[in-house]
Design a protein around this ligand. Structure first.
Ligand code: DOR
Ligand code: ZN
Length: 359
């Protein structure tokens, strides 16, 4: 797929036509609920063995009981032939208690809390309004070994949207990691050199997920020939030098960087409008998109660990049984899919892919 960046080195794996990978995991996924959930879940279940399911529903998933009920709805929506395991998260609020953290630790099926700074992104209005409000709860997570997944953007409206992640890293993330040195932290969907450098330099209990869109596109792509709402997500795509840094991180072989698509479905109507929603839908071709990105920098040999080993290791999970196969083949995914009563337009709209998931 053209990434509009002009990067076109002749890759050393050009002769590779088939890739067999361990069945991968998606450590950052939005499945929504109801008819929307039924529409998008099969795409993930056919590629991934497990996915870490984000809790930003309306109302948000804030208790173990709510997560258990949501998990049941996901399992009911799962295609009968799929062997897919949803890994659940709870939405951290100013009112989360240390007792809830203890219940999460005992639950077995909830793998993390998700920290949204209030107002940072879609359905984040119930998020954390000040870092100090959750200090007792972060202490409890550290004590119980519960993972904290962070949407790392400052919410100060005066901060330029392209600087929000770097400022969050410099202030809030630095503070969290300093004050809770044993807390397991995943900096979600990193988009900048600053975030990649921070995670690289941190201890082994600090990791990061990287999305396909941040590996394949830069901020100029959003305005290529006109405004492209299906490339709009948060944190927003950054300039090309940041994309290059993310590619270096993802293909470095460091176990701190692993796969999390942040596939975030929104209806076509809610994106192609005067004030469009943030989120890119990629579940229909997630592994193909990552293969595209790794192939473009001659790093296909690094994809298996990024997709099927490092995330599981970070979360203390066994590797999935089974494998998937990707074939070098030019094909074009559909430009729209059913999404409940509406339609959804994927990130790949109007683009051809060079890899395809085998049967
Ligand atoms: O672009 C995004 N969409 N970023 C997020 O953090 C949330 C997500 C969503 O839920 O739509
Ligand atoms: Zn997300």
């Amino acid at each position: 797929m053209s990434n509009e960046s002009g990067a076109s080195a002749s890759p050393p794996f050009a002769a590779v036509t088939e890739l067999r990978l361990g069945r991968p995991d998606d450590f950052h996924l939005h499945l929504r609920d109801g008819a929307a959930l039924e529409s998008v879940l099969p795409f993930t279940a056919r590629q991934f063995g497990r996915a870490l399911v984000m809790p930003n529903l309306k109302p948000p998933v804030t208790t173990v009981a709510m997560a258990a009920a949501y998990r049941e709805r996901i399992l009911r929506a799962c295609p009968a032939d799929a062997t897919f395991e949803p890994l659940m998260t709870l939405y951290l609020t100013d009112h989360t208690t240390a007792d809830e953290v203890a219940r999460v630790a005992e639950s077995g099926f909830i793998k993390a809390f998700k920290y949204y700074p209030a107002g940072a992104t879609t359905h984040s209005d119930s998020g954390v309004t000040a870092l100090k409000n959750v200090y007792p709860v972060l202490a409890a997570m550290q004590q119980h070994g519960v993972v904290l997944c962070i949407h790392g953007e400052t919410t100060d409206p005066a901060t330029d949207v392209f600087d929000r992640e770097a400022i969050f890293v410099e202030h809030s993330l630095t503070q969290i990691v300093r004050d809770f040195p044993a807390l397991k932290v995943v900096v979600e969907h990193i988009t900048t050199r600053e975030a990649a450098d921070f995670v690289d330099a941190a201890a082994a209990n600090v990791g990061a997920t990287i999305t396909p869109q941040h590996l394949l596109f830069n901020r100029t792509s959003i305005f290529s020939g006109g405004i492209r709402p299906h490339l709009y997500c948060l944190p927003i795509l950054k300039r090309e030098s940041h994309r290059q840094r993310l590619l270096a991180a993802a293909t470095s072989g460091s176990p701190k960087f692993f796969l999390g698509t942040d596939s975030a479905p929104h209806s076509r109507n809610s994106k192609e409008t005067c004030c469009g929603a943030a989120g890119c839908f990629t579940s229909h071709a997630a592994m193909e998109l990552y293969a595209e990105a790794f192939d473009a920098v001659g790093a296909l040999d690094k994809l298996d660990a990024f997709a099927s080993r490092f995330g599981a290791r970070f979360y203390g999970l066994p590797r999935n049984a089974g494998t998937i196969t990707l074939r070098r083949e030019t094909w074009s995914p559909p430009d729209a899919f059913a999404f409940g009563q509406e339609t959804i337009v994927p990130l790949t709209q109007g683009r051809a892919l060079g890899w395809r998931l085998g049967a």
